[in-house]
Design a protein around this ligand. Structure first.
Ligand SMILES: *[C@@H]1O[C@H](CO)[C@@H](O)[C@H](O)[C@H]1NC(C)=O
Ligand SMILES: *[C@@H]1O[C@H](CO)[C@@H](O)[C@H](O)[C@H]1NC(C)=O
Ligand SMILES: *[C@@H]1O[C@H](CO)[C@@H](O)[C@H](O)[C@H]1NC(C)=O
Ligand SMILES: *[C@@H]1O[C@H](CO)[C@@H](O)[C@H](O)[C@H]1NC(C)=O
Ligand SMILES: *[C@@H]1O[C@H](CO)[C@@H](O)[C@H](O)[C@H]1NC(C)=O
Ligand SMILES: *[C@@H]1O[C@H](CO)[C@@H](O)[C@H](O)[C@H]1NC(C)=O
Ligand SMILES: *[C@@H]1O[C@H](CO)[C@@H](O)[C@H](O)[C@H]1NC(C)=O
Ligand SMILES: *[C@@H]1O[C@H](CO)[C@@H](O)[C@H](O)[C@H]1NC(C)=O
Ligand SMILES: *[C@@H]1O[C@H](CO)[C@@H](O)[C@H](O)[C@H]1NC(C)=O
Ligand SMILES: *[C@@H]1O[C@H](CO)[C@@H](O)[C@H](O)[C@H]1NC(C)=O
Ligand SMILES: *[C@@H]1O[C@H](CO)[C@@H](O)[C@H](O)[C@H]1NC(C)=O
Length: 377
């Protein structure tokens, strides 16, 4: 009795379909276990096998821990396939099926990230800041020994270029972060790998991050205020960014603060959409108290706010003018139809833009993502 045998079966498999199941006796299934010699190069994400003469059909795919299947396109006469935009740290199983006019081959290859659990870098995140820089940080794996050392590698989306971390951030000698000052090698989506060495083996961690989602904006620049007797006009400059963005991609928030008032008194948060010329005009009649305005910026689609700009002061110095109090627009519609809101109602969105993890299967046109059920009779 001959079995259809998987070449490498190193750990418990997540799905019954992976169990070894005897095939019915069929001369076409008489195939030695390692006949396809399936191998995987994680650096190029290239799965390859020995080419077979007279191939009529071939198929390659991977199955992840959640039983999701990724299957690159493949033509009959190819004996390799490349996986794009996948993460491997949870472990995957590759599978290759080849039919020739004479026989049929099926082979699995486990890629398990098999070192000791929880030795990998964790809490990994990266952010781009101040236009030209990126910092990534991570924490030691909880079961990693003291001698552990981690290394970060970044590949662009087609895996053609690899950036090694140029400046590590260290914690008593262990690399726990990386600072990059040359982002020219990055593409819009990048593959990040943190592996490590130690007396014991260290699991690797990998992640795919989108530069669009990890940029922290600088605050808007060049904030100026000009007042006439009845109004004040605030203007500012769109912050410079790593991404190429249009003014329509920006959302701003102005914090107009009247100085020397009782605590708890009105502080205005004003939302303004990005415009070719960024400005906000509000009624404020003379005599007016001393005011300050701060502005912050966010990507309109993500709304992770930058830090506030330095406060720009305007108005009469030295507190409320004895002859009267100027009016700031009340809650409701402001000077140019902007909805105003007192400070206490601000939603608690914080500034940092660390990346979300685990979002590793990102479908593009080279990758189709679906679930299959194996039925072995
Ligand atoms: C993958 O590896 C095989 C065998 O080493 C090679 O023939 C093939 O060109 C590689 N494919 C890619 C896309 O690198
Ligand atoms: C491939 O097909 C040709 C023609 O049918 C045959 O002569 C040859 O033996 C086949 N090769 C293999 C390895 O089966
Ligand atoms: C390959 O062989 C298997 C097993 O005999 C069969 O179920 C499958 O239909 C074949 N595929 C093609 C495309 O011939
Ligand atoms: C790291 O992540 C874990 C959960 O994934 C969390 O409990 C822990 O607080 C995080 N540690 C740090 C330093 O962020
Ligand atoms: C990024 O890392 C560098 C190097 O440790 C550090 O000097 C810098 O302050 C960090 N930047 C931010 C915004 O955290
Ligand atoms: C930045 O990196 C690119 C390639 O990644 C390299 O060609 C270029 O010389 C680097 N620039 C600087 C200033 O180091
Ligand atoms: C980590 O990964 C890089 C890039 O693939 C490789 O060159 C290096 O040898 C690996 N280091 C360890 C310790 O696995
Ligand atoms: C700031 O704004 C002022 C007045 O609008 C202008 O003269 C100046 O060039 C601006 N500076 C920058 C850096 O844009
Ligand atoms: C002050 O500026 C506002 C808005 O720009 C304008 O409507 C108003 O007429 C100006 N007032 C005076 C006195 O110039
Ligand atoms: C301003 O925009 C933020 C983000 O969209 C929103 O949460 C908040 O409710 C808005 N505030 C006002 C006053 O419209
Ligand atoms: C926004 O920032 C928070 C806090 O740093 C982060 O958890 C979140 O992932 C960011 N959102 C996006 C879309 O980047």
């Amino acid at each position: 009795m001959l079995l259809l045998v998987t070449s490498l079966l190193l750990c418990e498999l997540p799905h019954p379909a992976f169990l070894l199941i005897p095939e019915k006796l069929d001369p076409r299934t008489v195939v030695p276990a390692s006949s396809l010699n399936v191998r995987f190069d994680s650096r190029t994400m290239n799965l390859s096998w020995d080419c077979q003469e007279n191939t009529t059909f071939s198929r390659c795919f991977l199955i992840d821990k959640k039983n999701r299947v990724v299957e690159p396109r493949l033509s009959n006469n190819e004996c390799s396939c490349t996986f794009c935009e996948i993460c491997l740290h949870e472990g995957v199983t590759f599978e290759v099926h080849v039919n020739t006019s004479q026989r049929e081959f099926q082979q699995k290859l486990l890629y398990p990230n098999s070192e000791r659990e929880s030795t990998a870098a964790h809490n990994f995140s990266c952010f781009i800041y101040n236009v030209d820089f990126m910092n990534c940080t991570w924490a030691r794996g909880s079961t990693a020994l003291h001698d552990v050392q981690y290394f970060l590698y970044i590949q662009n989306s087609n895996r053609k270029r690899e950036i090694r971390c140029p400046y590590y951030i260290q914690d008593s000698g262990t690399h726990v972060g990386c600072h990059l000052d040359n982002l020219s090698g990055l593409t819009s989506r990048n593959y990040f790998l943190v592996n490590g060495t130690s007396e014991i083996g260290i699991q690797f961690f990998d992640s795919l991050l989108d530069t669009k989602k990890i940029e922290r904006f600088n605050p808007p620049g060049n904030v100026t205020v000009r007042c006439n007797t009845t109004h004040c006009l605030v203007r500012w400059k769109q912050p410079r960014t790593y991404q190429k963005l249009s003014y329509l991609d920006f959302q701003y928030q102005l914090d107009v603060h009247r100085k020397n008032t009782q605590p708890g008194t009105e502080n205005l948060l004003i939302n303004v959409s990005g415009d070719l010329e960024n400005r906000y005009n509000f009624p404020s009649s003379e005599p007016r108290a001393k005011h300050s305005v701060k502005i912050r910026a966010a990507d309109v689609r993500i709304l992770n706010w930058s830090s506030w700009s330095e406060a720009t002061e305007f108005g009469h110095l030295g507190g409320i003018h004895p002859r009267g109090r100027e009016r700031l627009p009340r809650r409701g519609l402001g000077g140019e139809g902007n909805y105003l809101r007192p400070r206490g109602c601000r939603n608690g969105v914080d500034i940092s833009a660390s990346a979300t993890l685990g979002n590793c299967f990102l479908a593009d046109d080279a990758v189709s993502l679906y679930i299959i059920f194996h039925v072995f009779i």
